[in-house]
Write a protein that binds this ligand. Structure first.
Ligand SMILES: Nc1nc2c(c(=O)[nH]1)N[C@H]1C(S)=C(S)[C@@H](COP(=O)(O)O)O[C@H]1N2
Ligand SMILES: [Mo]
Length: 160
């Protein structure tokens, strides 16, 4: 069905680049190295690639030079409107799960982000369909998660 392709698409928005869509397989190929998610996440299933390795490769392939600043935060949006804002330093060792036993994710697809250095397991967003790269140098430790437009004080994590 025509919808199948859209459901497996991930939109990328980054200053200095045209918004574009990609696929789990294309992202894994771009990252270059794939490993069992369990290497980083206890009980993690399936295959993953390193988020920052993928990001470095993506930057290079899109010709983003030193004039385009590195992001301070990543905002990930799930297909169910759950979303999270994650400080860059909480993305250390972050991994993107993209398949299980070589097959596309049935649950949590097209991709799922795991942030083992994140301030909360709630930041492990499933069914990610948008990656938005943000610049907010005044709020480097700002992290948040929740359903779109429903961020509340309780959902804001002030600690890095
Ligand atoms: N798309 C999406 N991702 C999500 C959520 C959600 O409701 N939707 N819940 C989050 C929260 S609050 C938690 S605690 C974890 C739960 O992950 P688990 O089901 O693997 O335990 O997923 C996070 N990722
Ligand atoms: Mo949670």
């Amino acid at each position: 069905m025509g919808n199948t392709v859209d459901m497996q698409s991930i939109r990328i928005e980054h200053d200095g680049a045209e918004p574009a869509v990609t696929s789990p397989e294309a992202m894994a190929a771009q990252a270059g190295k794939v490993f069992p998610l369990a290497e980083r996440i206890g009980n993690g299933e399936g295959e993953a690639f390193d988020f920052k390795e993928w990001y470095a490769a993506w930057r290079q392939e899109n010709g983003l030079g030193a004039d385009v600043p590195f992001p301070t935060h990543l905002k990930v949006e799930g297909i169910d409107t759950f979303e999270a804002v994650i400080p860059w330093k909480q993305l250390e060792d972050a991994a993107i799960q993209f398949s299980i036993a070589g097959e596309p994710l049935v649950k949590g697809g097209p991709i799922r982000l795991y942030a083992p250095s994140g301030s909360s397991a709630c930041l492990n967003v499933k069914s990610v369909v948008v990656l938005r790269f943000l610049q907010d140098a005044d709020n480097l430790d700002y992290a948040a998660y929740g359903f779109k437009n429903t961020f509340s004080t309780q959902e804001l994590l002030k600690k890095p």
